[in-house]
Design a protein around this ligand. Structure first.
Ligand code: KIV
Length: 246
């Protein structure tokens, strides 16, 4: 069967038909060609590139210029996957007009098909403005690494009944704001599963159990290329770092 470019409609169809969605990060041309050849549905140019490609201690220092540089390389290496560019810290928080302009640059200059941004109900007006401009938005709730300092570190979110309820309210608000999909990061499995069932749009989990509509992993974690931070939930399929050392 000949392969076709993955669209938002294909992702929605996968959820509707109970077929799992696959998403991986990629940050450069060669990585993107590998992920694309593996027939992964979505390539995320994550701001995790700040840590695994640029050696920052967190994703906070990542700039728009750095994101667009990596997005362009990934776009050149991607034929079929749906591409999503991650909006870096301070590119969308200050005001909605700036957020729309920056989101537009991911499509216009970065060659991406959509953007992702972190946050719950507080980012709804921003998401509405970006979607009104014709730009598809993927939401991201639970552990949101850009605000890890406010959260007290890289910690599981939604562990109490109250915080789980807040997460569900955030998820419903993001869907109503027009998000086409939602990342759930570091959320207890039953909470992520319940959110996934309540939403019409697909959820993509990372450290959120098997009840999500899809799963995402960081390229370097999956292949054992980054040992500075190793989240417990990561399924490592190879240890290419050690192989290279050997
Ligand atoms: O930046 C990133 O790679 C991400 C994923 C882990 C979801 O946001």
């Amino acid at each position: 069967m000949s392969r076709k470019k993955v669209t938002i409609l294909d992702l929605q169809r996968k959820k509707d038909n109970g077929r799992p969605i696959t998403m991986l990060t990629a940050y450069d041309f060669t990585g993107a060609t590998l992920v694309d050849k593996a027939e992964i549905d979505v390539i995320l140019v994550g701001d995790s590139l700040g840590m695994v490609m640029l050696g920052y201690n967190s994703t906070v220092p990542v700039t728009m210029a750095e994101m667009l540089h990596h997005c362009r390389a990934v776009a050149r290496g991607t034929q079929y996957a749906f591409t999503v560019g991650d909006m870096p810290f301070l590119s969308y928080q200050a005001d909605a007009a700036e957020a729309v302009r920056n989101a537009g640059l991911f499509l216009k200059e970065g060659g991406m098909a959509a953007v992702k941004l972190e946050g719950g109900r507080e980012v709804v007006p921003t998401i509405e403005a970006i979607v009104r401009a014709g730009i598809p938005v993927m939401g991201h709730i639970g552990l949101t690494p850009q605000s890890q300092s406010k959260l007290g570190g890289y910690r599981i979110q939604g562990k109490t009944a109250v915080s789980a309820h807040h997460l569900l309210q955030d998820a419903l608000a993001l869907e109503a704001a027009g998000c086409f999909s939602l990342v759930l990061e570091a959320v207890p499995e039953p909470v992520a599963a319940a959110i996934s069932q309540k939403l019409t749009i697909p959820t993509i989990g990372i450290g959120a159990g098997a009840g999500c509509d899809g799963q995402v992993l960081v390229f370097h974690d999956l292949l054992g290329l980054f040992d500075r931070l190793q989240p417990r939930f990561v399924k490592q399929y190879a240890n290419l770092g050690q192989a290279a050392l050997d």
